[in-house]
Design a protein. Sequence first.
Lengths: 138, 123
Amino acid sequence: MATVIYTDAKFFLGGYNLSADHNQIGLDYSSEMLDVTTMGDSTRIHAGGLDTATVNGTGFWNGGSGNADEALFGLIGEPNYRPEYAQKVLTLFPDGIVEGTSTLKGYAMKSVLANYNIGNTVGDMLTFDLTAESAGTD
Amino acid sequence: MAIIRSVPLKDATTTAMTSCGVGTAYDVGGVYAGTKLYAGLHVLSSSTGGLLVRIQGSSSSGFGGGKFTSHVAFVQNSCKFGEWATPLTTGTVTSTHRKFWRAEWGMTTSGESYKFLPWMGIQ
């Protein structure tokens, strides 16, 4: 399988399956670029630094116990006072969940939820967007 | 490393498990020098009692009696939660490079109901 029509991403954050709340999910995986240019170089020379990963999502606001709003509101920053949120493991699958797969692996990281924004204009669906940043793997 | 490629070992995200069991064995590969075994668990529904999920490895897909080891034991929990297990190295996954892996789950009493998703990755 080389290409995918993006219809069945799966998004899990802690104890919540947030897949059905989202209509857009993206992952940015990158390395910091360090400038190691020295005298005598004729171009900028870069070296790879620390890796970073960011998951961005947008979706439809969903309130109530056990739903996305409750989960995301409580996850901002480091709210370790609630045991179910103490470890914010985030897992994202691009095209469904396939047990034992070698071709449709997911992406997983420890995460910290950096922002959770809600709102829209009058007459439109109430939406949210979020950003989750990587917090190491060990 | 900021992110891990994850291989789901049991998809119980839509149909809850109500009794103890083991999943299918999959060839995910061995843990070699310089790599680590990462594992995580999402427990998506709660139940009175407690769910205990383990990740087991074996050198054969048959997982015969006495021929496998539980390498990861997630914390037993009865509520929604996520856990990132302490990564394992070659020193903790034995000198035999186990390439077959499966999930095992148990609950304190039959009839409890849990949705969950254990995964692993070797990098």
